[in-house]
Design a binder for this molecule. Sequence first.
Ligand code: AMP
Length: 215
Amino acid sequence: MILGKQGAGKGTQCARLARHYVVPHISTGDMLRAAARSQTEFGRKAKEFMDAGELVPDEVMIGLVRERLDYEDTSARGFILDGFPRTDGQAEALAGILGEDRALDLAIDIELPTEAALERLASRRVCNVCGAIYSTAQPPHLNWTCDFCGGEVVQREDDQPEAIKRRLDLYEEQTAPLIAWYLERDHLVTVDGMGHPDDVFRRLVRAIDGRRLHR
Ligand code: AMP
């Protein structure tokens, strides 16, 4: 499970880790954005929270993740959880959902100074169909059209300055305390999120493999 403030590279790195370890990448942000695109009642409500930079209420998120973790693909080789838990309540619920036999292997905190996170968020662009992540410095090859699915590559509504500020404040207030929560349970590994994505990826793989060998 991956922690780290917005802009730390969670989405990019989790997608790569999922391919590397051949496990499902469960991103609550991607699930909510897919719901928002489908224009269901649930999706519309979720979009309001997201666009404002607010957290979607715990009961809703816990239900969503509980259901997803019930799918068979999560029990074969495990899974990567990206963007959940983000509050105390979610962390406790997750421990209950997983129980003792499927207890979490590892919580990874990707560390990044706030100024660097702000810079990355301001330049981030995403495919509004498949969620692939780009930046103004590394755009898709052709005309803001996604290299993977041909979708339109845009700036996320919640990557606008007001929403970014709110999301980072909420991170400090609600999500950062989870680092201590997982440290106390001996699940936490911290990885430096600065530098090229390839370097961060190598650090993550080293941390994960190192930990698995010691279990
Ligand atoms: P992310 O792509 O992980 O930054 O998530 C985008 C937005 O989805 C967040 O700013 C929240 O509004 C919402 N969201 C994603 N995961 C959660 C969660 N675990 N709890 C509450 N809201 C969430």
